[in-house]
Structures are given as C-alpha cells and as structure tokens.
Design a protein around this ligand. Structure first.
Ligand SMILES: [Cu+2]
Length: 156
C-alpha cells in the first residue's frame, strides 16, 4: 500500500510525464487523481493480454499478436503457470521505442524487462503514449525458451 500512496503522490506532483500508475490501486476510490485525461496523447483504451499455461502444457500470451493505437494501454494478466513477465527484445522494437519503454516499464528486473508477476491475476500495465509506431516483439523471461513470446503492433 505504501507503494500505491507513493505513486499517487508522484502522479499528483508530476502532472507532465507521469504514468497513471496509481490506476490499479485507485480504481475503488473516486478522488484519486486520474492522470489519463490530463496527459497528452492518451486514448483511455486498455487492452488485455492473458499469460497462461494451456491445458496441453504451453506457456502463451493470449492473444499472441495484438494491434493497438499510440496512446493505448496494455494490461498483461498472470492467469496461470506463472511467474510471468513482459520483456522486450532491444533489437526487435522500433527506433526510439527504447526510451519510451524504459520510462513506461515499472519495476524493471533488467533493462526493458518488467517485474515478475507472481500472484494469480496480478496485472502489469504499460502505457504506449508517445510510443513509436511499429512492431514490438516481447517475451516472458522465465519461459522464453519454452516459446512464450508475442508481438505487439502499435499503429497511429
Ligand atoms: Cu511466462
């Protein structure tokens, strides 16, 4: 909870480039400063991708290919078979995307790799506000060798 409070304070203070990272914790309360409308280029659309272990033993992102618009958010959810995470290939993202991702990925376990989601139904959101258009290939650090990879396409 301390983390959420800190995040709210951060968003309140830095209205400019701040990510609305307080979202998850703030959804119940009305008064929390929703940063989205104030932020330029934010669409408010949130897409969901499930991370799971299928009945036939495959570790997958579902959907494995997803197309979103600049300014959308994507929320990855740890459904089963975790821990999972979202890690981008530095050489398989558009030019200029590295800076946006570096700023947008919370709690990175290594450069361009989000933290491990351990709890069931734990979610991890990334905003693609200001993200360059193109194809972003990513993988799950624990399951990359088992083929847990996916592609995100950002369109104007
Ligand atoms: Cu995984």
């Amino acid at each position: 909870m301390r983390q959420v409070l800190a995040a709210v304070a951060l968003v309140a203070m830095a209205c400019g480039g701040g990510e609305p990272q307080a979202n998850a914790g703030a959804q119940g309360g009305a008064a929390a400063p929703e940063a989205a409308p104030a932020q330029a280029g934010v669409t408010g659309t949130v897409h969901q991708v499930q991370m799971l272990l299928t009945a036939d033993g495959k570790y997958v992102y579902q959907p494995a290919t997803l197309t979103v618009k600049v300014g959308d958010r994507v929320r990855w959810i740890n459904v089963s078979g975790g821990p999972h995470n979202v890690a981008f290939y530095p050489d398989k993202i558009p030019a200029g995307a590295k800076d946006v991702l570096s700023a947008g990925l919370k709690d990175q376990m290594s450069p361009l790799a989000g933290k491990l989601l351990i709890q069931a139904n734990e979610a991890y959101e990334i905003s693609f506000a200001g993200a360059p258009v193109g194809t972003y290939a990513y993988f799950c650090t624990p399951h990359e060798m088992l083929g847990m990879k996916a592609t995100l396409t950002i369109q104007q």
